[in-house]
Design a protein around this ligand. Structure first.
Ligand SMILES: NC(=O)c1ccc[n+]([C@@H]2O[C@H](COP(=O)([O-])OP(=O)(O)OC[C@H]3O[C@@H](n4cnc5c(N)ncnc54)[C@H](OP(=O)(O)O)[C@@H]3O)[C@@H](O)[C@H]2O)c1
Length: 283
């Protein structure tokens, strides 16, 4: 069985490739990457695949039994067409199964919703493809918060508009394992899984960081308007709006969802503290 993973040069794609290698062997895994050189270190065959180029995927998916489609990074409307390039190429190349990395979140009512809607459209496209499918809805990655630690320490605080909302964080490591299992096991076909860990508040996030990294962070909640203005000034309108929308969603409960991680992977999701320890050990 040959399994291909798109965007394999990225963190999530690389994690899925790593777990697949362990489960089915290097010779059965194909890494597809827009920038081929950035995936060479993965130790498997690498093929070229830019989501903007359908012809890339017509070639890259030859002889592939199952493909993992990592959600793209472009603006919402463009993403839908990019994902369709992969889905259509998979159909014509005779791929039997497609697994898509979607996202948890509110489909309406916050500034992140247009991104969530894009993901839901691709979910429908995957479901209507006629191929066997599995859809994972990823929780928020915990790693960006940990990569941001120096700034949190400098500021002495975690500051955003999430209030007391709970967020079911996950990590690319946890996701990589679940997706590898979803690709190789038939029992998941036709399922949509929330791939998330336990829900925690921002105060609990700060406490967990303090315990693992020996810091003294506090959590300060600000209004949605104030936070959106700060993020836009720091990151520009597009990303600033997205980030503020994510925390607005957390505040309103959009990221406090039940977990299907155990069903998808066959094991329990690790705790936030464990994810942080794993991250620390990899540095
Ligand atoms: N759940 C969350 O908290 C969260 C957070 C951020 C993003 N996401 C989503 O999760 C996805 C994967 O995350 P990640 O951690 O792997 O991100 P990442 O490490 O930043 O990697 C992004 C990947 O997307 C690839 N890419 C960009 N444009 C492409 C195109 N036109 N065609 C093919 N590949 C393209 C990049 O390829 P190159 O190496 O060629 O640049 C890279 O491999 C993201 O794309 C995004 O949709 C989720």
């Amino acid at each position: 069985m040959k399994i291909a993973v798109t965007s394999a040069s990225g963190h999530l794609g690389a994690s899925i490739v790593k777990h697949l290698r362990t489960l089915i062997g290097n010779e059965n895994v194909i890494a597809i990457a827009r920038t081929v050189e950035k995936a060479k270190h993965l130790g498997v065959e690498v093929r070229k695949g830019d989501y903007n180029n359908r012809a890339d995927f017509d070639l890259a998916l030859q002889g592939v039994d199952a493909v993992l489609l990592v959600s793209g990074m472009d603006e919402p409307q463009k993403r839908i067409e990019q994902h369709r390039n992969v889905i259509e190429a998979a159909k014509s190349a005779g791929v039997q199964k497609i697994v898509y990395t979607s996202i948890v979140g509110a489909e309406e009512n916050n500034a992140f919703s247009p991104i969530v809607q894009t993901n839901r459209q691709t979910e429908r496209d995957v479901q209507e493809s006629g191929l066997d499918y599995v859809i994972g809805r990823n929780g928020i990655y915990i790693e960006p918060d940990l990569e941001y630690l120096e700034t949190y320490i400098k500021d002495g605080e975690i500051r955003n508009c999430a209030g007391e909302g709970k967020c079911t964080y996950t990590s690319r490591q946890e996701l990589g394992y679940a997706y590898a299992k979803m690709l190789i096991e038939d029992q998941h076909n036709g399922s949509i899984y929330n791939l998330v860990g336990q829900g925690i508040t921002q105060s609990e996030l700060a406490a967990a960081i303090n315990a693992v990294f020996d810091t003294n962070l506090v959590y300060n909640s600000v209004s949605i308007e104030e936070y959106a203005a700060e993020r836009k000034a720091a990151l520009g309108d597009f990303f600033g709006t997205i980030i503020a929308g994510i925390y607005e969603g957390i505040r309103n409960g959009a990221n406090d969802v039940p977990s299907d991680y155990q069903k998808a992977s066959g094991r329990n999701h690790v705790s936030a503290v464990e994810m942080m320890k794993n991250f620390k050990n990899q540095q």
